[in-house]
Design a protein around this ligand. Structure first.
Ligand code: C2E
Ligand code: MG
Ligand code: MG
Length: 675
């Protein structure tokens, strides 16, 4: 294996390379590495398919890549004798490559917790790649024989090991940046070059010879071209499968997240998504199944599911094209007409549906009448869809509604009070029962795109009414007196706890701002609560910013200034929120010892269409800049708006859907890692 036979009568064969195929082989190695990295990234995500699925798939991709690189590399090599392959050994040679890739990716994904050093894992992978190569060499059948030059043979294995170690190190340390396309491409090229360099050093170690004189003088490709075609097709198919699996997973994830599995209607999340940014507000109806619990208690959950499906079927059959049905909660459907003019049509449709529901329906052996209540509310283009929803909930909560068999139209004189009272009553329970949670919206520096802080925004998943927007419940709780202070204290404590956890986990966030309602800023209680929590969670004051609004300080500007100064003295930042919506007196900017100004979304909405709007925004920014204020622009949604802001030399911070919606803490960590 490592020396020529003793016989004197041998002819050494000169090999030759087809440059095109060499380039193709390196390219295939890089592509396979890229695909493997792409799939590996999915291991980090919490998708529909289990992590092992992606681990195996990426190992197969990588293994197949190393293997096809080898055979295309071999096809590139030409000898003056014909050559063939042993099919069993050829196929078996893929195994070491797949196993080595599996070990590599498994290690890389656990590297933070793993005590095994990169060097030992590099040795395993290097041996895996080298075994694949030399098994592949052993698969060759020909009248030509070969031996290895020992020095180069050993060198090729050392190269495989060293380069694998480096690649492992690079891959594991860059793991968290794999969301960045450029870094992924660079790592893939590095891995591709690693695999190829081992191969071609290995080839330099081989000396081909025939016993006796050389008969054929034409150079043949060492393998028939069809082999490389087969390999190419195999790799192509693999890429397609990988691509399709990715698309399928995203689709499954989307369906799970935004659709109800029982009725196949879109769910509450989709409802919020669809209705969040509507310019013209339409009409909304809610259909509630009253006696679902009764049916479940009597005949079990499966029967309950059938009741829900039966109602869903009637909705599906009777609904008009211009309406969309959502299952927003266990026993509630939302039916939305996207156009206000359709109110009468929606009402007529719902009347038709309720009259159908008043008839007995056959489920299993029982003919039952499902008891439902239906509320409807239309906007005169002032209310948001969330307000329509809360109007409808007010109808459903009214005790008189439960007896009504027809569609009940929302009437502000009868129904409003109930919702407000209910919210104020329920908020206390919500804090205790973990119905409230906090989401964080990143603020991003417009030039460097670095995250320069987060805003904490509260969310309420009400057990009966579903998600209630803070835009609705905060003003109601605020109007009801002291409960808003309890709620704010609850938020402060949760934010401090979260900050301490992120600091512990080395997550970069810079600062978190907390909305402080109304006159609470001037209360000594707020000061105490903040200092208490900073101490309790060992959080430095520089991590917290308080957001206050103009309207909350305007009544008592003197005390507000004193209070703000007190917070600034202990190191907190203070921001003036929603600048431009209230009294907008520029003089406040000069008088108040704030550190940050948050310019309201309404200033941004028009900048791409109106030069005037852009000029106003620019001058507010110039002024704030001259007062040394940090500037945050709220509600940036589009690329166009971003480009306008990006063109400003002051480089304000941007908070808006363009970069990210508010995220749960877990989503935020994933979002950061993906960037
Ligand atoms: P805010 O303090 O001005 O918060 C910004 C609001 O704008 C958030 O709505 C945020 O989700 C939304 N937003 C951010 N980027 C965009 C965008 O690109 N487009 C659009 N259309 N909207 C965007 P959210 O979370 O619904 O909060 C609404 C308001 O409720 C807040 O306005 C704040 O006044 C109040 N609020 C929210 N959370 C809290 C809280 O924890 N405490 C208090 N006291 N008030 C809160
Ligand atoms: Mg705010
Ligand atoms: Mg704001």
């Amino acid at each position: 294996m490592f020396s020529l036979p003793d016989s004197q009568d041998i002819s050494i064969l000169d090999g030759d390379y087809s440059v095109l195929l060499v380039v193709l082989s390196v390219f295939i190695a890089c592509c396979a590495s890229y695909t493997a990295l792409f799939m590996n990234q999915r291991i980090q995500e919490n998708g529909f398919f289990p992590k092992t699925f992606w681990l195996v798939l990426s190992s197969v991709a990588m293994g197949l890549g190393i293997w096809s690189m080898h055979f295309i590399g071999m096809s590139a090599f030409m000898l003056p004798v014909p050559m063939e392959n042993d099919p069993v050994l050829t196929i078996a040679s893929i195994l070491p490559a797949i196993i080595a890739s599996y070990i590599a990716f498994d290690f890389a994904n656990k590297s933070q917790q793993s005590a095994i050093p990169y060097s030992s894992i590099g040795i395993v992978i290097g041996i895996g790649i080298a075994s694949m190569h030399y098994l592949g060499m052993a698969a060759m059948k020909s009248e030509a024989q070969f031996y290895y030059k020992p020095g180069l043979f050993i060198l090729s294995i050392i190269i495989a090991i060293v380069v694998s170690m480096v690649a492992m190190y690079v891959f594991a340390t860059l793991q968290k940046y794999m969301g960045n396309q450029l870094i992924k491409i660079i790592t893939a090229i590095l891995l591709g070059v690693a695999i190829s360099s081992m191969h071609y050093t290995g080839m330099a170690a081989v000396v081909f010879y025939v016993e006796g004189p050389l008969k054929i003088s034409n150079h043949n490709h060492i393998f028939h071209m069809d082999l490389s075609v087969i390999v190419l097709v195999a790799v192509g198919i693999l890429f397609i499968i990988v691509g399709l699996t990715g698309v399928l997973e995203r689709f499954v994830d989307y369906r799970l997240k935004y659709y109800d599995a029982l009725t196949l209607f879109p769910n509450q999340r989709q409802f919020e998504k669809d209705t969040n940014n509507l310019k013209t507000i339409g009409s909304l109806s809610i259909l509630q199944i009253q006696d679902l619990e009764k049916w479940i208690n009597q005949y079990g959950y499966v029967f309950g599911d059938k009741v829900i499906r039966a109602v869903g079927k009637i909705l599906e059959d009777k609904k008009l094209h211009s309406c969309k049905v959502y299952r927003i909660e266990g026993n509630r459907f939302a039916i939305y007409a996207f156009n206000d003019q359709r109110f009468e049509k929606l009402k007529g449709m719902m009347e038709n549906i309720t009259s159908n529901l008043n008839e007995p329906i056959q489920i299993d052996d029982y003919a039952i009448v499902i008891n439902t209540v239906c509320a409807i509310s239309s906007s005169n283009n002032k209310e948001s869809v969330m307000e329509l929803l809360s109007n409808n909930l007010a109808v459903l909560h009214d005790p008189a509604s439960t007896q009504e068999k027809n569609v009940i139209e929302f009437n502000p004189n009868i129904h409003t009070y109930n919702v407000d009272r209910q919210i104020v009553e329920d908020i206390e329970k919500a804090m205790v029962n973990n119905e409230l949670f906090i989401v964080y919206q990143p603020k991003v520096q417009s030039h460097t795109k670095k995250v320069s802080g987060l805003e904490a925004l509260v969310r309420w998943e009400h057990p009966e009414n579903g998600m209630i927007s803070p835009g609705i419940f905060i003003p109601i709780v605020e109007a009801a007196g002291n409960k808003i202070f309890d709620l704010t204290d609850w938020i402060i404590e949760h934010v401090c706890r979260q900050i301490s956890q992120w600091l512990h986990e080395d997550i970069e966030f810079e600062q978190v701002s907390i909305n402080i309602p109304g006159s609470y800023i001037t209360s000594s209680r707020l000061y105490e609560v903040i200092t208490l929590n900073l101490g309790k969670y060992k959080v430095d004051s520089k991590y917290i910013e308080l957001e206050i609004t103009e309207t909350s300080v305007v009544h008592d500007i003197k005390h507000a200034i004193t209070a703000i100064n007190k917070f600034r003295e202990i190191g907190l930042s203070v921001a003036l929120d929603d600048f431009g919506t209230g009294l907008s007196s520029l003089s406040y900017l000069k008088r108040m010892p704030i550190s940050t100004i948050k310019i309201d979304k309404s200033f941004v909405d028009g900048i791409s269409n109106s030069e005037k709007d852009f000029a106003v925004l620019k001058s507010i920014i110039k002024l704030s800049n001259s007062l040394n204020l940090k500037i945050v622009i709220e509600g940036v949604e589009t690329e166009e708006q971003y480009n306008f802001i990006h063109s400003m030399e002051e480089a304000p911070l941007i908070q808006g859907y363009y970069f990210s919606r508010p995220l749960t803490s877990k989503e935020f960590v994933n979002w950061t890692n993906e960037r």
